[in-house]
Design a protein around this ligand. Structure first.
Ligand SMILES: [Fe+2]
Length: 267
């Protein structure tokens, strides 16, 4: 991947890669994911991330999963996915997990506007994350996605604000309060007690904070704005920094299949 695209992930927090898979890769991966049709976070949605874990499948005599797992791991190598993560972090990255799942047709958003690395909105987390430890997510779509069918929406640049929040909390410059949900994320930034911290932090990028607050002012899950949607054909991918504000739309038209490779810059 060229440095222009890597820089775009750093600046916007996200990039889209159309036709990331060729026809054969797409049909191979579709067959594998369809075979299990595993819902998100279910046992069969996870795949081994290294050869040691891969061998367990043989020990368990699960030859089908072994064969498929090998393909999924080989695909990671042939597409040089780790190389993308290494370049993005500017240091060694680690493949933390691979999952592939199936989201059936539904009139509920897959997930509302939120940021990751936010303790799922926990009121009192036990400890705070190091802001420099975060995940890079590679989503590969195995079915078409659009605003009515399970596409991702992402607010470009918002990952920089997510980072500032985590850093402020970690360094005890601002006090913790839930910020997983967009509504709370905005409240935290706008609160009187945090004003100085954010103004200082973004003193050279004032527009970034102002623009974010402006565009998210009326942004709800029912919002008709599709400005931030990533409509893509099967075989395309998005790569994003999970600290940005994002959501997954309803799957009103057809079941959705994705394959994800998640990297971190820490062990
Ligand atoms: Fe998320």
């Amino acid at each position: 991947m060229n440095s222009e695209l890597i820089n775009k992930i750093k600046t916007d927090g996200i990039i889209r890669l159309e036709n990331f898979l060729n026809k054969e890769e797409l049909s191979d991966l579709q067959k594998i994911v369809k075979f299990y049709s595993a819902p998100k976070s279910s046992k069969n949605s996870y795949w081994p991330t290294n050869s040691k874990l891969l061998l367990y499948k043989i020990l368990k005599l699960d030859f089908v999963k072994f064969k498929f797992s090998l393909k999924i791991l080989n695909f990671e190598k042939s597409k040089k996915l780790k190389d993308i993560a290494d370049k993005f972090y500017g240091s060694k990255s680690y493949l933390r997990f691979i999952d592939a799942y199936y989201s059936p047709v539904s009139n509920k958003n897959i997930i509302d506007w939120h940021t990751d690395q936010a303790y799922h909105g926990d009121k009192n987390p036990e400890k705070y994350v190091n802001p420099d430890h975060y995940f890079l997510k590679i989503f590969i779509y195995l079915t078409d996605v659009n605003p009515l069918n399970g596409c991702m929406s992402y607010i470009p640049g918002s990952h920089k604000i997510g980072y500032a929040i985590r850093k402020g909390i970690f360094e005890k410059k601002i006090s913790y309060r839930p910020y997983w949900h967009l509504k709370d994320f905005r409240k935290l930034i706008m609160s009187e007690e945090n004003k100085e911290y954010f103004q200082n932090y973004f003193k050279n990028q004032k527009y970034l904070l102002e623009k974010f607050l402006d565009i998210t002012n009326n942004l709800t899950n029912q919002s008709s704005s599709h400005n931030f949607d990533y409509t893509l054909k099967a075989g395309s991918a998005i790569i994003f920094d999970e600290g940005g504000v994002h959501k997954g739309s309803k799957t009103l038209q057809q079941d959705r299949m994705v394959l994800r490779y998640i990297y971190s810059n820490f062990k």
